[in-house]
Design a binder for this molecule. Structure first.
Ligand code: HEM
Length: 440
């Protein structure tokens, strides 16, 4: 079967970061494409992007994710980028001695045999059993975060003041947790945030404060190369400290890590820190804000959760599906292969779209409804297979502890304006969520 080729306007909508700021039209678009078939060919109307296969059905997204021998992460960019972005990454990495289409060498851009060896180093650390050792400190952080929210939500006259939940709670809370795990002291957090923004140059000008959008390619090359070097230097310093004074954190594991009897390289270590830092905050921030939006819109669901805390894990899981913070990853076909009846050639690029998969009505009845008691909520938001999210237990734990703390203090939530979403093809979600809250 020949896959449908998207008309130019549809291809443009899939590629354009602005489309993802308009949630309902984006979901409508994926529904229309999926109805025609699980795979659609996207050819960039301007020629700025390489063509790719967009995969929109839950079954095919899961099948591709689990078949890591046929669908590789390494050969081409793992996150959707334009030709210029990939050429840029190749230029930077070549100057560092190992040319790659991805700027940073981290778990998500590696395949076997190296990937499982590096992943194994921290896999145990991220399991629920070990996370219990940091649960108390996350609970304290959640309580402090809610204290701040409650203080801001009460105006000087004692009446509810409008607060923006995203910068006040959803963004700083997961960032702080992940920095604690990496051993970055609080005073260095802004520097880490700035470095990740410089490296990943967000697509939303309001969120990307590094100013890259206004620079020439040569200036950007210099800044990003500098940011990579800064990261490596920072984390090599930290690794030296941890070797001298080991603790139980991820920084200590990576400081002493060996693979095949050899210490891991500074570049692999920096990549590891960067992926954990980058993957661990915007994502959980988006699902946290999404859960709060759902509760604000549905006072009955909020009241039920307040009366029965055992409903919180269901709220957390549904929020992760409903928001799908990581909107896609890319794969490259290792050989000729059929996907959803369509012939894909070796070397072809595929976009596994988690937003489309998580809104596939064949898997999730009434997919746009937020339903915390959805049975067997086996969503695709954490991916599947060898690269399945390493931090998924941590993300769930963080969210559960935050919502326990929120439900302890908050009596009512009301939307106080239109929430706005980020313009981003990759990690999406709310960038503002104005609320009126009453609390005690
Ligand atoms: C709601 C929050 C989160 C979502 C939706 C999410 C989603 C994802 C997805 C879709 C992948 C790729 C899966 C695949 O290719 O099959 C991934 C990988 C990853 N995530 Fe998460 N993530 C979240 C939170 C976190 C947190 C809190 C951390 C760590 C502190 C983290 C660390 C990672 C790492 C290290 C990888 C790469 C794993 C690998 O390639 O082997 N994530 N995540």
């Amino acid at each position: 079967m020949n896959a449908p080729v998207a008309p130019p306007a549809v291809a443009e909508a899939v590629i354009d970061p602005r489309s993802y700021a308009e949630w309902t039209p984006a979901l409508d678009l994926f529904d229309r494409l999926r109805a025609e078939g699980p795979v659609t060919r996207i050819e960039s109307p301007t020629g700025e992007h390489e063509p790719f296969w967009l995969v929109t059905s839950y079954d095919e997204v899961m099948r591709i994710s689990k078949d890591n021998a046929t669908f590789l992460n390494a050969p081409r960019a793992t996150v959707f980028t334009n030709k210029q972005g990939e050429a840029f990454a190749r230029q930077v990495t070549k100057s560092q001695g190992e040319e790659s289409p991805n700027l940073v060498s981290s778990l998500v851009v590696l395949d076997a045999p190296k990937h499982p060896k590096l992943r194994r180093l921290t896999q145990e650390w991220f399991m629920p059993k070990n996370l219990r050792s940091i649960e108390e400190s996350i609970r304290e952080l959640a309580a402090r975060t809610v204290d701040r929210l409650v203080a801001a939500a009460t105006g000087p006259d004692g009446q509810p003041a409008v607060v923006d939940f995203v910068p006040l709670v959803a963004a700083p809370y997961p960032l702080h947790v992940v920095m604690q795990i990496l051993g970055v002291p609080e005073e260095d957090e802004p520097r880490m945030l700035f470095l990740t923004q410089q490296m990943f140059g967000g697509q939303d000008e309001e969120l990307n404060k590094s100013g890259l959008a206004a620079m020439t390619p040569d200036q950007i090359l210099q800044i990003v190369t500098g940011a990579v070097a800064d990261f490596e230097a920072y984390f090599e310093g930290m690794a030296a400290q941890r070797r001298a004074n080991p603790t139980g954190d991820v920084a200590t594991i990576l400081a002493n890590a060996t693979v095949d009897g050899e210490p891991i390289s500074a570049r692999d270590r920096a990549g590891y820190y960067i992926i954990v830092a980058a993957a661990g905050h915007d994502t959980t921030s988006a699902s946290t804000a999404g859960a709060m939006l759902a509760l604000a819109r549905d006072p009955e669901q909020f009241a039920r959760a307040k009366a029965d805390r055992s409903l919180i894990p269901g709220i957390v899981e549904e929020a992760i599906r409903w928001t799908t913070p990581v909107q896609h990853f890319m794969r490259t076909a290792a050989c000729d292969v059929e996907v959803g009846g369509v012939q894909i050639k070796a070397g072809d690029w595929l976009m596994i779209n988690y937003v489309a998969a998580n809104h596939d009505p064949a898997q999730f009845p009434d997919p746009r409804r937020f339903d915390a008691s959805r049975p067997a909520n086996r969503h695709a938001a954490f991916g599947a297979g060898a690269h399945q999210c390493l931090g998924l237990h941590l993300a769930r734990l963080e969210m559960r502890l935050l919502f326990e703390a929120l439900l302890d203090r908050i009596d009512s939530i009301e939307l106080a304006g239109e929430p706005r979403r980020a313009k981003s093809t990759f990690v999406g979600g709310l960038k503002t969520l104005p609320l009126r809250i009453t609390a005690h």
